[in-house]
Design a protein around this ligand. Structure first.
Ligand SMILES: O=P(O)(O)OC[C@H]1O[C@H](O)[C@H](O)[C@@H](O)[C@@H]1O
Length: 364
């Protein structure tokens, strides 16, 4: 499906139940997916049982995820959104995220956290991303400088790296070259696009916050939406309706900005996550055959918690509305052409308030 990189795009396989089968080049990948979840569960259980000890013997209390893009935004968003689902009666483990290469986020953690009780998760599909590797080197130097000379007996650098780093990547060789112990490596596959990787082992921080049982439920929920997308009638198919509304807004109404304004504080990072997910997926300027497109493929997505944005978003929407009116007559002939191709839909205005009235009217 991914023709430019000549590889399948199969993140939905990460959410298939254990009794499903899906063959890729003659191999059933579902068994491998569930083995990777089992490996993840072993690490999560050790941390939640207080059995993962740092190089000086103390149980780990803090986990810092080092990653960027898909190896950061998905887990960052979900750990905040589902924080209420923390399991009780476990050894407390706090999860933190650092992505920027300037070191400011990491420096803050390093000034507050105890190296004896802190581990780092190096999250990188490619394991070549300079931002992540540079933060990983800083973390390694911090741990070595604080722990190797700790107490009367020197501690080996090898033990420090072994006990304080987990790697998550599609490249086990590169993790091994960096020094990550084999049993502290979680892997996934080239057929998982980075921005969808939270559904697999890159979701480790999520499982650390909500527990493995809740993580599996989270996968089951995504799987039920995959089935809805594959099976529901077009007129009731939520992803299809959202896609059509998106095409309509950007191509016919000329609304080129799509603002995401959650009113629930737990969705603080939802806009940042969606920005990468949608613009990296759909923001293309050529067709699959490499021909330049003569239509809009994706609006600019932006946003944050709604109360922080209300004034700006209001004025932005006002501008969008006036552009809509101005372009409506210009586009009317194109709209007529498209009317024949888009199935009739019935939508509730409360779902997305700026959906065009043309799509909402029963006669459309
Ligand atoms: O996971 P990594 O290989 O480190 O890549 C992290 C990110 O790098 C870039 O920003 C890509 O555009 C993203 O798709 C990817 O998620």
């Amino acid at each position: 499906m991914n023709v430019s990189e000549n590889r399948p795009a199969l993140h939905t396989a990460l959410r298939l139940p254990a009794d499903a089968t899906l063959e890729v080049e003659g191999e059933d990948i579902v068994a491998a997916v569930h083995e990777s979840l089992a490996q993840m569960e072993r690490l999560v259980c050790r941390l939640h049982a207080g059995q993962w000890r740092g190089a000086t013997g103390k149980p780990i209390r803090h986990v810092v995820n080092l990653g960027v893009g898909g190896s950061d935004l998905g887990p960052l968003m979900v750990t905040h959104a589902l924080a209420d689902f923390r399991p009780k009666d476990i050894h407390p483990v706090e999860v933190h995220f650092a992505s920027t290469m300037d070191g400011s986020q990491l420096a803050d953690y390093l000034s507050r956290l105890n190296p004896e009780t802190t581990i780092f998760v190096l999250s990188s599909k490619s394991f070549t991303t300079i931002d992540t590797l540079s933060n990983a080197n800083t973390a390694r130097e911090w741990l070595l400088s604080r722990l190797t000379q700790h107490g009367a007996t020197p501690i080996s650098a090898e033990l420090v790296v072994r006990q304080h780093f987990i790697g998550v990547s599609a490249s086990p060789e590169k993790m091994t070259d960096w020094g990550i112990a084999e049993d502290h490596q979680l892997t996934f596959w080239e057929w998982v696009g980075g921005r969808y990787s939270l559904w697999g082992t890159i979701g480790l921080p999520i499982a650390l916050v909500v527990g493995m049982a809740n993580f599996r439920e989270f996968l089951a929920g995504a799987h039920s939406m995959d089935r809805h997308f594959a099976e529901a009638e077009m007129a009731e198919n939520l992803p299809v309706l959202l896609a059509l509304a998106g095409i309509w807004n950007v191509n016919f109404l000329d609304i080129r900005a799509h603002s995401i304004l959650p009113y629930d504080g737990r969705l603080e990072y939802f806009a940042a996550y969606l920005e990468q997910l949608e613009m990296e997926s759909n923001g293309k300027s050529v067709t699959r055959q490499g021909q330049p497109v003569n239509y809009s493929t994706c609006p600019v997505l932006w946003g944050s918690l709604a109360p922080m944005r209300s004034t700006r978003s209001t004025s932005c929407c006002t501008r969008a509305l006036s552009r809509w009116c101005a372009t409506l007559s210009r586009r009317s002939s194109a709209m007529t052409r498209w009317k024949t191709r888009i199935p009739a839909v019935t939508l509730k205005p409360s779902t997305v308030w700026h959906w065009p009235t043309a799509l909402l009217s029963p006669g459309y």
